[in-house]
Design a protein around this ligand. Structure first.
Ligand code: GLN
Length: 477
């Protein structure tokens, strides 16, 4: 790892790196922690874990890749970081990301874009916003990484870089010390090279945190999860995800994955999720609305680096200059957009409508899953054709090149999230697993060089069925 740091600096995956001497001393200390030598389920002692730069750490700055936080170091560790350290894991560094988590390609960063190349050819999008974490894992600069997933930011970069990315059920992992983008959607997620490593990090972090008011309390946790026979599951194929914009190579990879699941003894069933078509629009109303409210505190007085030479000017000038200089263009766009949809004249038409769509998306999922939603207190419905999990692509396309991304308008960039936002709106667990392309879609030059091109396939389950989702992901991997 220590020699890798300079080899991989061109990828720009890290904003700051842990001091090598402290990594070595912690690694030595970790040797005495018993689970360092576990072989069946990997323990975390001595494991290098990269942390997305919107998760607070005392030892390294936490910038959320924004100029407005470029000088910020947190006085405390986020709960998830503390949990990892307590388990003997070593923080490798803080990873580059889209500013405040807003983006799908990790290009909207004060520290420059994350770069990713599967081979020596063109630079590809690493996906976003946790692109730094995904590339750090893909290039073996760490064993696993934490990211955050508000609308797909762990799953999308996992799909583009060929690693595993898991967004657990909302409220299972603590958000205390995680810089908020859109509180009702923000979820800490995990990236790793295989499902087992992701699972072992999840198991360490999956506990109640009284400091996070949205953390699920022990009484609810004890009711979560279904007792399914995982040898023969009913797999749902959401037909609404078979959109015209779905790249044929991704569609063929989807079909291959479904066949592989059938070969494992599971059965396939088509399902309809009609509200899916409105999920993306609802997300891009709700997330910026929450963001515009959350980001109001970065004004150069309460938080954030104050613009130079404006002390003594009226507050309005101080705020405007600080925010104008401190926030990048995408964040400014989201703040304006969110402030508009929350304004008196637009609220009913946008924010309220989007909340209604969010509820419809949740109901869609509740109507097809065999496990009842443990958070909804309605009379149980007998699901005759219910399914255990859904399997569908993570993104409509394989990773675009960075030059294509530069020429994309913001709306097209938002389209990448069409398959990831529904699970975010519903707060349900979803994992992206890299699967092989159909032989006819493989690039012969890459095959010759032994380079695998993969597509990200998502497994989505009912709220609290995280263990089931991880188990099905193992079947696909
Ligand atoms: N790409 C989405 C957005 O820009 C999702 C981001 C995320 O999950 N943090 O909002």
């Amino acid at each position: 790892y220590l020699s890798n740091q300079s080899t991989y600096s061109h990828l720009n995956a890290f904003v700051s790196l842990a001091d090598p001497a402290s990594i070595l001393s912690r690694a030595e200390a970790a040797d005495s922690i018993p689970d360092a030598h576990e072989t069946t389920s990997p323990g975390l002692a001595g494991k290098l874990i990269a942390i997305k730069d919107n998760i607070c750490t005392t030892e390294l700055p936490t910038t959320a890749s924004s100029a407005i936080l470029k000088n910020f170091t947190s006085p405390y560790d986020a709960t998830v970081v503390k949990q990892l350290r307590d388990a003997g894991a070593i923080v490798a560094g803080k990873t580059n990301m889209d500013e405040f988590g807003m983006g799908s390609h990790s290009t909207h960063s004060h520290f420059g874009p994350v770069k990713f190349a599967r081979h020596s050819g063109e630079q590809l999008s690493a996906g976003g916003s946790s692109g730094g974490s995904a590339v750090a894992v893909a290039s073996a600069q760490c064993w696993a990484a934490l990211g955050t997933d508000t609308g797909g930011s762990v799953r999308l970069p996992a799909a583009y870089t060929g690693v595993v990315g898991f967004k657990p059920s909302y409220g299972l992992l603590s958000r205390w010390g995680v810089i908020a983008y859109a509180n009702s959607l923000d979820t800490v997620g995990i990236l790793g090279r295989d499902v087992e490593s992701v699972e072992s990090v999840f198991n360490k972090l999956n506990s109640y945190d009284p400091q996070d008011p949205t953390s699920i309390p022990p009484s609810t946790r004890s009711r979560l999860g279904s007792d399914r026979n995982i040898m023969s599951l009913r797999i749902g194929i959401p037909l609404d995800y078979n959109m015209s914009t779905l790249q044929p190579a991704v569609r063929r990879a989807w079909i291959r994955s479904l066949k592989a699941l059938q070969d494992c003894g599971h059965t396939l069933h088509s399902v309809h999720l009609p509200a899916t078509q409105h999920a993306l629009s609802a997300y891009y109303v709700l997330a910026p609305a929450e963001a515009s409210s959350n980001l109001a505190k970065y004004d150069g007085v309460r938080y954030g680096t104050r613009a130079e030479g404006i002390d003594g000017t009226p507050d309005s000038v101080l705020f405007a200059k600080t925010r104008g200089q401190g926030f990048g263009p995408e964040v400014q766009r989201r703040i304006l957009h969110g402030a508009f949809t929350l304004s008196a004249q637009a609220m009913d038409n946008y924010f309220i409508q989007a909340q209604k769509v969010r509820r419809l998306v949740q109901r869609d999922f509740d109507s097809i899953f065999y496990t009842l939603n443990p958070l909804v207190k309605s009379a149980p419905v007998l699901h005759m054709d219910a399914v255990d999990v859904l399997v569908c692509p993570t993104t409509p396309t394989l990773p675009p090149t960075l030059s294509d991304v530069e020429n994309q308008d913001p709306l097209n960039a938002y389209m990448n999230d069409v398959f990831t936002v529904p699970a975010s709106l519903a707060g349900i667990p979803a994992i992206s697993v890299p699967v092989d392309l159909d032989p006819s879609d493989r690039n012969p030059e890459l095959v010759e060089k032994g380079i695998e091109e993969r597509a990200g396939m998502q497994v989505i389950g009912q709220y609290g069925d995280d263990a089931l989702v991880l188990d099905v992901a193992k079947n696909l991997f």
